[in-house]
Design a protein around this ligand. Structure first.
Ligand code: ADP
Length: 220
């Protein structure tokens, strides 16, 4: 379960403080598929980065799968993230100089672990990338790049998948492929947090959290 209690996040900048989230309280049950929607700048990405322990809240508590991530050390958060959370981003964030298999394997805790390598190869096949296995990102279509990013996110068998506009750069066919893989992860028992502007993506979720100006405006 993911639980936020009175969470606020303020970014201190040279031009003054930016209030990205204000007094947000919400829960997402284990195995739930939640979409996070709202206009640009309302705090969606900040919410994901706090839940993923990439940043710390200015106030409030965040518990993720029994771990109080909002007060954990940076090393503990990194370990927790590697074991429990997979991330997918709109812009893929692949290494340009690595091929498909190596881009997936960068997520491995122990890169020479044979079992992990076998699983990476299994994911390559599952994501229809076998013929592209030794290609670098520049030699792939954008749809293939996002499938590599999805495979990398799943390598450590996370319990939570966080996707930030994962279909934002994809055509409808490739968007559907990525959403199908998110569905598959969810059916296998995974928790999904999907930030999206697009209604076909949000329609797949069980619950939608609408943010507005850093607060939860509504939940369906
Ligand atoms: P969304 O994902 O909904 O577009 P964000 O979480 O990216 O919203 O941003 C929420 C607010 O916080 C925006 O006003 C944005 O400009 C600001 N913000 C986000 N990250 C930073 C940062 N690192 N430093 C300063 N302000 C930031």
């Amino acid at each position: 379960m993911i639980r936020l209690e009175n969470v606020s996040k303020v970014y201190a900048t040279r031009r003054g403080d930016v209030r990205a989230l204000q007094d947000v309280s919400l829960t997402v049950d284990r195995g739930q598929y939640a979409a996070i929607c709202g206009p640009s700048g309302c705090g969606k990405s900040t919410l994901l980065s706090l839940i993923g322990g990439l940043a710390l809240p200015t106030a409030g508590n965040i518990t993720v799968d029994e771990m109080l991530i909002s007060t954990a050390s940076s090393a503990d958060r990194a370990r927790f993230r590697a074991q429990h959370i997979g991330f997918v981003f709109q812009l893929f964030h692949l290494f340009p100089f690595l091929n498909v298999l190596d881009n997936i394997m960068v997520a491995a805790a122990e890169p020479r672990d044979g079992e992990t390598l076998d699983y990476a190869r299994q994911l390559v096949e599952q994501f229809g990338l076998l013929a592209r296995c030794h290609h670098r990102p520049a030699q792939l279509s954008v749809g293939e790049r996002q499938r590599v990013a999805m495979a990398r996110a799943l390598l450590n068998r996370p319990s939570i998948l966080m996707a930030d506009e994962p279909t934002g750069n994809l055509d409808p066919h490739n968007a559907a492929l990525v959403l199908d893989e998110i569905d598959r992860f969810h059916r296998a028992g995974g928790t999904v947090l999907l930030v999206t502007h697009e209604s076909p993506a949000a329609a797949r979720a069980q619950t939608t959290i609408f943010l507005h100006e850093g607060g939860v405006a509504r939940r369906d």
